[in-house]
Design a protein around this ligand. Sequence first.
Ligand code: SAM
Ligand code: DTB
Ligand code: SF4
Length: 326
Amino acid sequence: MTTKTDWTIEEVRSLFARPFMDLLLDAQQVHRRHHAPNTVQISTLLSIKTGACPEDCGYCPQSVRHDTGLAPEELLEVDAVVARAQAARNAGATRFCMGAAYRSPKPKDLRKVIAMISAVKQMGLETCATLGMLSAEQARELKAAGLDYYNHNIDTSPEYYRKVITTRTFEDRLDTLREVRAAGMHVCCGGIVGMGEAAEDRAAMLHALATLPEHPQSVPINRLVRVPGTPLADAPPIDPFDYVRTIAVARILMPRSHVRLSAGRAEMSDELQALCFLAGANSIFYGEKLLTTGNPDCAHDARLFERLNLLAEPAAAAAESLAASA
Ligand code: SAM
Ligand code: DTB
Ligand code: SF4
């Protein structure tokens, strides 16, 4: 069965305009047609190279241009990454995502990252990396090393993008996404809300994602973590219900994708997260840290899963749902 990729912006706007309860009911029904109910895919993040990034992304604590007090760290050693992946697997994660504060990876660093990917893959974990812009050749090398997913977010609408980042363009992001698809890797691509964008920008962001040649297999919807020292430190927080609406519309537009309740969970109540799961979110980042900022502690998340009768999705089930969507 093919998945609709020709959504019009009017269709997206009219989903956002629906009464909240109707939208949630529809999103949950779409969710149940395509995914096992009550199951959530679990990824753990690790920053393998931290800070001192030359890009000027207004939201990011790792940009060299913002004084956030973050201590930069060189690329980690392979053994250290393997130890962290082992701990993530023991804690119940099925996917391990390695993030680096690069504009794009340098050849020497890429060789080391490739060794990390092969080692993590051999442990039976799904692998994901986010390393900035890639050439076609780099994407092929990562695929050959065993990389399952590449995370590269469009972050916001094409129009709002240039107000948040000036050192690269929205089209640069699309170019890398094309290379990742061409290399045969799964795409993890979403964005951030709560950056002072208008409701129209959220509609345009989801429209851009849902009209890619293929829906990203994984769609992280981050709620901005407002880090002091970044230009967006004082951005007005998004209404929590508008965050839930964004999740619900993403679920309806991209029915087979995993929609991830991503950054920002540390500031969300358990009740708000439950509403997000009802709206069709079925993936989270698990572990006490995202890349440089905090995430709910594991015991709290385990208890939340218990209270909501949620189960961790086995890696195999994630693979099956991907195969069904192919
Ligand atoms: N440097 C690479 C890049 O930009 O693609 C990879 C790492 S970058 C930190 C990965 C993603 O983290 C960004 O695209 C953005 O969506 C997200 N991110 C960064 N800072 C954030 C923040 N303060 N709140 C929410 N999401 C954030
Ligand atoms: C994504 O969409 N969110 C993650 C992951 N992909 C790499 C990163 C969130 C970063 C939040 C800010 C920080 O911890 O530095
Ligand atoms: Fe660098 Fe990525 Fe942060 Fe932008 S989002 S400053 S590219 S680490």
